[in-house]
Design a protein around this ligand. Structure first.
Ligand SMILES: *Cc1c(COP(=O)(O)O)cnc(C)c1O
Length: 383
């Protein structure tokens, strides 16, 4: 086995010469980042006032095709605000997948709601529409308020949060159809999916809301930051209001008409985002080429490699391979990390974390299968 591992390590090093260790996903600043940052400092507009925020929002609308975009301080903040705006309330339930970053489940908890974990598909790594449908047919009931309730618990199923895992689009058209039938709002966790499309439409623009993250390891970074995207203008106005301390616009008065959040994105972060977006087409192309090289290599050595699902164009945020079993996964992680390659396993399933162990879940066999085998391999833009 170690001969195969050695070949993999050698191949990855050949893709990223001169980087030791080879990072999993390093940010790249090859455009106007410094220039725009200097501009913020020279003009003193480093905080919440300044033109880069609205410019970043405009460019995000143009790129994703979403009608509206609201910049916020993180992807997690974006998820929290979006869930509040579709009126997820204490005591409600929200359906999501166990195979995701912890922020997805945490944002549900911030609203006082409980996540319900449903299995994922092998082909997309995202929420399985068939299992979602089965669950709702067996457990969902539409009550006279027009909303779906869980028969077993009596709680409202207030939202569904599918994740476009590693940038691979989930079967969002099927999920939308099912959720519409049961009157369940959809917030797409497209944190990892900027530049990913399903049937030609950008991820995050199908649901009531989509959210994107600009954390340092995401395909576009602002240092830290996030974006709420929606095609619903009323929602967008509310999103801006809620994330800017619920302040009524006024030249000098401080009037806040609700308990809002300081989830604004500072101008210096937006400035970095504007510069990053200018280079993003090249980034996507570069990542796609890397994936092509990986795909060819892993085909040659007979190791399963994750590629974009049907009808989808993935941004290939993080490439992943599938090891034989948990033991081989451990061996490979040990070997590659010991030899200067920053590999990492997929997240531990949310349903196993202490704070979510008691949550409802359906059979999670595919998610567990993937947790046992998936390893992410270096996927930065190659310089
Ligand atoms: C990164 C990420 C988030 C959170 O984004 P932050 O900007 O780090 O708060 C949420 N969900 C998923 C799936 C992510 O990968």
């Amino acid at each position: 086995m170690s001969i195969i591992f050695e070949r993999i390590v050698r191949f990855i090093k050949s893709l990223y010469p001169g980087e030791n260790p080879v990072p999993l996903h390093a940010p790249r600043f090859t455009g106007n980042e410094k220039k725009y940052l200097m501009d913020c400092i020279d003009t003193t507009y480093v905080s919440y006032v300044g033109e880069y925020v609205s410019r970043f929002e405009d460019e995000m609308r143009r790129f994703t095709g979403a009608k509206c975009a609201v910049a916020v301080s993180s992807g997690t903040a974006a998820l929290h605000a979006a869930l509040l705006l579709v009126e997820v309330a204490p005591g409600d339930e929200v359906i999501t997948q166990p195979l995701t970053f912890v922020a997805t489940a945490n944002a549900i908890s911030y609203c006082g709601a409980k996540p319900v974990f449903m299995d994922v598909q092998r082909s997309t790594l995202g929420l399985d529409p068939d299992k979602l449908n089965d669950f709702l047919i067996n457990n969902g009931i539409l009550k006279s308020d027009g909303r779906c309730y869980n028969k077993a618990t009596g709680r409202k199923i207030a939202a569904c949060v599918p994740v476009h895992t590693f940038g691979h689009p989930v079967r969002i058209d099927q999920i939308m159809e099912i959720c519409q039938k049961f009157h369940i709002p959809v917030v797409e966790d497209a944190a990892e999916a900027l530049g990913s499309f399903y049937k030609g439409q950008h991820a995050g623009t199908f649901g009531d809301f989509g959210i994107i993250s600009f954390n340092g390891n995401k395909p576009v970074t602002t240092g830290g930051g996030g974006m709420i995207i929606t095609n619903n203008e009323t929602y967008a106005v509310k999103a801006k209001h809620l994330t800017t301390t619920a302040k009524q616009p006024h030249q000098w008065e401080f009037i806040h008409d609700g308990i809002g959040y300081n989830y604004r994105l500072p101008n210096i972060n937006a400035a970095v985002g504007c510069a990053q977006l200018e280079c993003f087409a090249g980034v996507l192309e570069n990542k796609r080429t890397t994936t092509q090289l990986y795909k060819q290599f892993f085909q040659e050595i007979g190791m399963p490699f994750i590629t974009e699902p049907e009808h989808a164009r993935s941004n290939y945020w993080l490439n992943a391979i599938v090891l034989k079993d948990r033991q081989e996964r451990e061996d490979f992680l040990q070997y590659s990390r010991g030899n200067g390659i920053q590999t990492r396993p997929v997240w531990t399933l949310m349903s196993k974390l202490p704070m979510y162990q008691k949550c409802q879940c359906t059979s999670l066999e595919t998610a567990q299968w993937l947790e046992d085998r998936l390893v992410n391999i270096p996927s930065s833009v190659r310089l």
